[in-house]
Structure formats: C-alpha cells, structure tokens
Design a protein around this ligand. Structure first.
Ligand SMILES: CC(=O)N[C@@H](C)C(=O)N[C@@H](C)C(=O)N[C@@H](C)C(=O)O
Length: 664
C-alpha cells in the first residue's frame, strides 16, 4: 500500500525478487561496449538466472546478449574484441562457451567432466587457459555411479562452505584449450591446486596461484608460480612460507609480475592485502602500497550484490596498476605507480566499486558500482576517473515505487576508555516523525575483519520499512581503518569491540528519537558471535537474532572450514594449550547470564560456522528456561543471506521481522 506522504510503498522481504544485480563490467578492447552480467532471482524456479548483456559506452539501452535459461557469468572479450567467452551452466556444469559479436548462437567450447572455475584468453586470442578439476578433457560417457556413499576422510581440510558435501581428492589444474578446434592439453598436474591463470604478454608462459610448499596440508601459504604454456615444470616467482599471494598479472612488457596479498599466511584475513611487484623471473617482491595502510581487496559486506572479485590491472603503458582499495566503508578504484609512489584515486565517493576493467588502450574504465540507495549500476569514465557516465539504470523503475531510508554517516564515541570515534551509519525508520521515540536494531558485521559501508543492504532497509531505526558500525577489528585497528580484536573477541558497539548505541539514544526500552541486536557469523556475546554481557536488549553464529570457540576450532589457523591466530594458540582463553572468549560460557529472547537462525550445510555452534547454544538456553527459538534452513550454506535459495532468503527475513515484532 502506497504511503499518502510519498505515494511510495514500504519495502517488503519479497522485493529481493524485484532487484536485478549487475556485475563484472567488462569493457571491450576498443572501448566501444561494455559486457556485464545481469542476475535475477527466479521465483518460480526458486533459483538464480544470469545472462550476459551489452551496453554501448556512448549510451543507450542495454541489450541482452545471451538468452539461455541458465546462469551465464564471467564474460571475457577476445583480444580482437570479436568474440566473448563466458562461463555457463546450461550444459549442467559450468563450461566455457563462445559467442561471436556478429550474433548467432553461443557455442560450447569445453566439455570437461568437471566444472570450469576460471579461464583467461591468450594474448593472440587462439587459446584459453582454463582451470578445472577434470583429469581428462573428454566428457564422460555417463556420470559414474559412486560405489558407495560412505566417505573416508584423510586430509585436515576436507570440506568447504558452499560446496555440496565434502571435498574430493581431485586437484584443480590448468589446461589450455584452442578456441578454434584442436585438442586441449594439460599444463599443470600433481598433488597441488592451481588457480588464477595469467598469460605473459608473449603467450609463452602462464603465471598462477598455488601452494607448493611441502607442508601445504597444514599451512595457509599461497604462492605465485609460472609455467610454459606448452607445459613442463613450473618455476617459482614469489614463493615460500611467508607467501600469502593472489591474483598475478604481468606488466605489458612482461618484465614484472604484480599481485595482491601479504606476508603472514597464518594471519589470513586479519592483515591488509597489499599490492606487490616482483621481477617476472622471480625474486624478492616489493610492496607498492605499504604506506597506504589499507587493503587492496573489496572488504565490504552486503546482502545484495554479485561480485567478480577482480584482480589488479596494468595500464597498457606500464606506468600504473589499477586496484580496488577498501577505505572507511567505501571501496574505491585507485591506480598505483608501477615504480612506487603516491597512489592516485580514480573512482571515489560514498560507494563501492564492485569490479572494473580497462580498454586496450587504457583510455577508458568500466565499473560496476553500488551505493546506499542503489544496489548496482554500470558506469564508465576516463583513465583518470574524469567524465564519469552511468550506462545502466537497472533498478531505477523499481526503486521509484518504494521508500528507502537514507543512511546518515556518523562517527560515534566508543564506550571504551579511549572513547575512540567509531564509524557508523544510522537509518531512521520510514515515516519518521519528530518527537516520536522509535525502537532501534543494532546490526553487527562479521569477519571480524570485514566492514559495513556505503552500499545497499536489503535487511537494513527492510527493518527501517518496518518502523525500526537501524544502527550499523565498524567497531575495532573492522577493515578499512588501518592495520592497528584491524588487529585490536586478536585474543579479545567481544572484549575489544563490545564497548564500541555499546558506545554507538548510547550516542544514538542521546539523539532523543530512540526508545531505550526497545533495543534489538542481530548479526551474522562473527556478527552472530557478537550478538551472543552482547546478550551474555548486558540485558539492555529486548530481542536478539543470532545468525550463522559462533558460540563455542573450542568446537569452532575443529569444525569451521576456515581452518585451525583462524582460531590459533585470532584467539591465541590451540584449545588444548589455552583452554581458559577459549572458555573466556566463548559466548556459550555466558549462556546462564543470557536473558534476552533469542532467535537462532542457521543453515544445515553451514561449513564456515557449522550448525553445532547453534545447537549447543539452543539446548543450553532451553535447559536454562530462556525464551529461545531455533530455525534451521535445509540445503543451505553459510551464504544463505546473500546467495541462498530465494525462497529461504525471504523466509529468513520474515523470521527476523517476526521476532523483533514480537519482542521489541
Ligand atoms: C577466510 C576467513 O578468515 N574468512 C573470515 C572472514 C570468515 O569467514 N569469518 C566468518 C566467521 C564470518 O564472520 N564471516 C562473515 C564475513 C559473514 O558475514 O559470513
């Protein structure tokens, strides 16, 4: 029903079906067109559908270019710009398809027995380097029937969130596939995984990511290697036990390899990713962004986006390397001088640059961007960021019909002794009136080393539409504020960051339009940990919803797919070396002090924060006679809120609204 005030209606959970997601903006080599992926939620099929679209850089209506009833993704122009290669699951598993820009049907190029997960065009356009677990290029006569459904586990890393079941023993390798006929050949092999193939400008070599250390089963190393495109023994480029490197890309003259990452593999997500350069022949890499004190990865969280997680891109003159930078709730596009020096902001603003690409002459950039009131659109600009133009208006018509709450960006004093200003956003409820005091929901992000930011977030807008004020913050441990801030939560999960959250709540109450007797709290993953922690340490919240949470750090150490290093680094040691520390920092320890009515939402196949984290908390609180409910989502992973089955995503949002409506 439209509001008389605005003629617009309030947002509803089902509106996720109305929002199209654009991503992976790939500008053609000649800079004339942009290919991008458009993803929609298909209500009837309870699934996602995505297709490749084209839009002229000069403007005009985008045109749908692939029309299969499938998920098409990862469009990549041939070097001549006459063809697009893309991934599609239209044959059942993701394989590479080719389509001519002259029109006509897409042609299936690969028929590996296993999915293709990545590919890259050779500089001469004759060959694709393809990543797959397949051990042959020939399609199976028929899917082999497993002899048994019993699983024998021998590796310490045996499952990964989002993949069905457990990991098999197969390894991802690089194959080369001629695009105009000819037999594919396997380039890499052995008891190693390879990913992110990157051709040298000569086409003679392929750089890639792999962990080839002897102790790879038990470490988190990620190295850069190179191999002749014809195959043979790979050679080290940036390797060793201090390598946590990703996304290699060759300089235009082939003398340098750039890549992202850091030098503390065990620290994983708790360190800023930097941009590195190393001689293509190998050697000691040098960081080009150490003075930036920001991550060159996209660290922002949202429930409404598709992202291709792009790598760095060289300018064709070799002077610059373009990369994302996460900074205080924004993800910007910078270009870094290849020889070192002051990074230059190219695409900034209160928004997230989700992905980007460069025309062959380096004069034009295409990006997908997300803003607080607009989930996604494609823009184009010059190489220095000037002359920005929006090429799509994907959701403009829909958002003209619903009323959104514009987040107010603020800095609020922590309740900690240092009173440190904490970056936060406040959303007033739809229909806000002066003089009225509203219920407030505190949203807590996960990671912990991630960040909220200037992006559209459907769950938050939904709460505002339901009449709640919404507060979301980047407390200590968040990305975007430098390495020292990022490291604050180490060995102090909950203890270091709760004061930041409570200070922010206090400050918003001070504004006079919040009813302090109607406070709610929610969050997912580490945000679920913090939701549990908060209600175990204060009764000020009248309702709580913990999502994909962590409750028991000792069992999390042995069940999370992140791996044992996460607990050892983030908490400090192993559960058997530090039992008291694991007990002290586990929210479950404080269950007897938890009085807030709690809704527990969890996915059955969550391998990041397995459902045992929720089960323990639920049974303890039921035994303690607390108001607690446990909602379990079958056939869903940790990513339910972002990429789960559409129907489950709607139901999840409905459960959150139901709980707050009942107890707030
Ligand atoms: C590899 C790694 O360390 N990943 C962590 C960022 C991670 O997945 N942490 C979870 C406990 C978490 O909090 N995830 C967040 C991002 C979520 O919202 O799921």
């Amino acid at each position: 029903m439209a509001e008389e005030r605005t003629g617009k209606r309030r947002l509803a959970p089902e509106d996720i079906y109305e929002i199209a997601l654009v991503s992976d903006a790939q500008i053609s080599p000649d800079g004339q067109r942009v290919a991008f992926v458009r993803t929609v939620l298909d209500r009837e099929r309870n699934d996602y559908r995505s297709s490749i679209w084209l839009v002229d850089v000069a403007g005009g209506e985008p045109v749908r270019f692939t029309t299969a009833d499938a998920r098409d993704s990862f469009p990549r122009w041939s070097p001549r710009g006459d063809r697009l290669a893309f991934l599609s699951n239209r044959s059942g598993k993701d394989q590479v398809w080719l389509i001519s820009l002259g029109g006509g049907e897409a042609q299936q190029l690969t028929r590996f027995p296993e999915p293709v997960t990545h590919f890259a065009w050779s500089p001469d356009g004759t060959t694709l380097a393809v990543v797959t677990k397949a051990e042959t290029a020939e399609p199976p006569e028929k899917e082999p029937e497993p002899e048994t459904d019993v699983v024998r586990i021998t590796r310490i890393r045996y499952r990964s969130d989002g993949t069905p079941g457990f990991l098999d023993e197969k390894r991802s390798h690089i194959w080369c596939v001629p695009v105009d006929g000819g037999r594919p050949w396997q380039v890499t092999s052995g008891d190693f995984d390879e990913s992110w193939p990157a051709w040298s400008p000569s086409g003679h070599e392929i750089a890639f990511v792999s962990n080839r250390t002897p102790d790879r089963e038990y470490n988190t190393v990620s190295e850069i290697w190179a191999v002749r495109a014809s195959g043979g023994e790979p050679r080290p480029v940036a390797t060793g036990d201090a390598a946590y490197f990703f996304k290699p890309v060759w300089s235009p003259d082939g003398t340098v390899l750039a890549f992202t990452g850091h030098r503390e593999p065990f620290a994983g997500s708790s360190r800023n990713h930097q941009l590195w350069a190393v001689a293509a022949g190998g050697g000691e890499p040098a960081s080009l962004t150490s003075a930036l004190d920001r991550s060159v990865e996209d660290e922002v969280l949202t429930d409404t986006a598709a992202s291709s997680k792009p790598g760095p891109i060289w300018a064709p003159d070799g002077r610059w390397i373009y990369t994302q930078v996460s900074d205080q709730g924004n993800v910007h596009l910078y270009r870094i001088p290849a020889g070192g020096g002051e990074p230059q902001l190219v695409v900034g603003g209160r928004r997230r640059v989700v992905d980007f690409s460069l025309s062959a002459d380096g004069s034009l950039i295409a990006c997908t961007v997300s803003e607080p009131l607009n989930p996604c659109d494609v823009i184009v600009c010059s190489a220095d960021g000037s002359g920005e133009r929006r090429l799509t208006r994907v959701n403009e018509e829909f958002f003209a019909t619903v009323e959104l709450s514009e987040p107010e960006e603020v800095w609020l004093p922590s309740a900690s002794e240092d009173r440190r200003p904490i970056h936060a956003w406040i959303m007033k409820p739809i229909g806000f009136r002066e003089g009225v005091r509203y219920p407030l929901v505190l949203e807590i992000h996960g990671g912990p080393h991630a960040m909220y930011g200037n992006v559209y977030f459907h769950e938050f807008q939904l709460l505002a539409a339901q009449g709640y004020a919404v507060l979301y913050t980047n407390p200590r441990g968040s990305q975007g504020y430098g390495q020292q801030f990022l490291s604050c939560t180490r060995g102090a999960w909950g203890e270091a960051d709760m004061p930041d959250l409570m200070g922010a709540v206090d400050a918003v109450i001070e504004r006079g339009y919040i009813d302090p007797s109607r406070l709610g709290v929610t969050g997912g993953s580490y945000g679920g940990f913090m939701t549990n922690w908060v209600i175990g340490h204060t009764d000020r919240f009248k309702a709580a919803v913990t999502q994909r949470c962590v409750s028991n750090l000792a069992s999390f150490y042995g069940t999370s797919d992140i791996g044992f290093h996460f607990g050892e680094h983030e908490i400090g040691g192993t559960p058997w070396e530090q039992p008291e520390l694991y007990r002290r920092l586990s929210p479950l320890t404080y269950a007897p002090q938890m009085k807030t009515p709690l809704l527990i939402l969890h996915s059955e196949q969550d391998y990041r924060c397995p459902i045992e984290q929720a089960e323990q908390l639920y049974v303890w609180l039921k035994k303690l006679g607390r108001t607690v409910e446990f909602v379990r989502f079958p056939d869903e992973s940790h990513g339910l809120s972002r990429s789960g089955k559409p129907k489950h995503r709607v139901e999840r949002l409905q459960h959150i609204l139901r709980w707050f409506a009942e107890y707030l």
